[in-house]
Design a protein around this ligand. Structure first.
Ligand code: NAD
Length: 295
């Protein structure tokens, strides 16, 4: 079986690494936080003293880190420790420019690389049902696919270097905008005397149908599993939605794409976070939108 170095064993990285162990791989892990290393050890990951030691001797290196600067600094520090031809998979959500720089570092050191961000959250990471959006050469993708399988429900090759990150931020820009749209419709319905259930019954089978309504409904009741029924506990935290909306706006600016609703969604989530709701589920935005004085 393959030896995988896993760097970044947080909320997502730890359950992903556990699924690689369950699939029979040897996993060498490293994180800066001792408590995350303890969890990893309990899941069968062999803990290494630093990132360089984790990478030495590995066939595949997976990073699951907070942002582009962390990914680039890890790539720069470990690239020389890796065997020639080692596959680097970055599954963090980062900006497209940093993703492309990470590919350049890998290429300059004779390594294969893919950017492979995920959707599906902590639940998908634990269940091994994440969707991976992969950018990189056909050859690197072919090497990555069997490694990703134990962590994945779906794996999509999106094209060349950076295109996985491009797909991720475009998808999440749709999600942020659609959640605000669905929330606005429920707040309008409330004022018009239309019940949540009636709006749901119509819109979920009409042209207003979307994931933010039918899977993640922002009012309690119509979809019993949505975070609205659990006091808006995440789920997908508002801080992570804001991070992805910021990434989409940075990307839009760098290529000159007009995304006015994406820009407005980012501002709304910024104000929501500034009021102390960063840790709330992102569907809690409905409670913010209900207060018309803020708009
Ligand atoms: P997290 O903060 O729980 O985990 C990140 C880990 O990286 C931390 O344990 C941190 O100690 C470690 N780290 C930071 N710098 C390091 C370094 N130089 N060397 C080793 N370890 C280092 O975050 P998370 O929720 O696991 O998210 C990870 C990535 O996945 C982020 O890019 C996030 O946007 C993305 N993501 C998260 C979710 C989610 O629901 N949490 C969903 C999809 C994508």
């Amino acid at each position: 079986m393959t030896t995988v170095a896993f760097i970044g064993l947080g909320h997502m990285g730890n359950p992903m690494a556990a699924n690689l162990v369950k699939a029979g791989h040897t996993v060498h892990g490293f994180d800066l936080l001792p408590e995350n290393l303890n969890v990893a050890q309990g899941n069968g990951v062999t803990i290494m003293a630093n990132a360089e030691a984790a990478v030495a001797g590995a066939d595949v290196v997976i990073t699951m880190l907070p942002a582009g600067k962390h990914v680039l600094s890890v790539y720069e520090s470990v690239a020389k420790s890796a065997k020639s031809g080692t596959l680097f998979i970055d599954s963090s959500t980062i900006d497209v420019d940093s993703a492309r720089k990470a590919h350049e570092i890998a290429q300059a050191n004779g390594l294969k690389s893919v950017d492979a961000p995920v959707s599906g959250g902590i639940g998908g990471a634990a269940a091994g049902t994440l969707t991976f959006m992969v950018g990189g050469s056909a050859d690197a993708f072919a090497t990555a696919e069997p490694i990703l399988k134990p962590m994945a429900g779906r794996i999509v090759h999106c094209g060349e270097a950076g295109n996985g990150q491009a797909a991720k931020i475009c998808n999440n820009m749709i999600l942020g905008i659609s959640m605000i749209g669905v929330s606005e419709a429920f707040t309008l319905a409330e004022k018009l005397g239309l019940s949540h259930q009636s709006l749901f019954d119509v819109a979920s089978t009409s042209s207003g149908q979307c994931w933010s309504l039918t899977t993640y409904c922002p009012v309690p009741g119509p979809v019993p599993t949505s975070p609205a029924n659990n006091d808006y506990k995440p789920g997908f935290a508002a801080a992570l939605m804001l991070k992805d909306l910021k990434l989409s706006q940075e990307a839009a600016e760098s290529v000159g794409a007009a995304t006015p609703l994406g820009a407005h969604a980012k501002e709304i989530y910024e104000r929501f976070g500034a009021e102390g709701h960063e840790a709330s589920d992102f569907s809690g935005i409905i409670n913010y939108l209900r207060d018309a004085k803020r708009q």
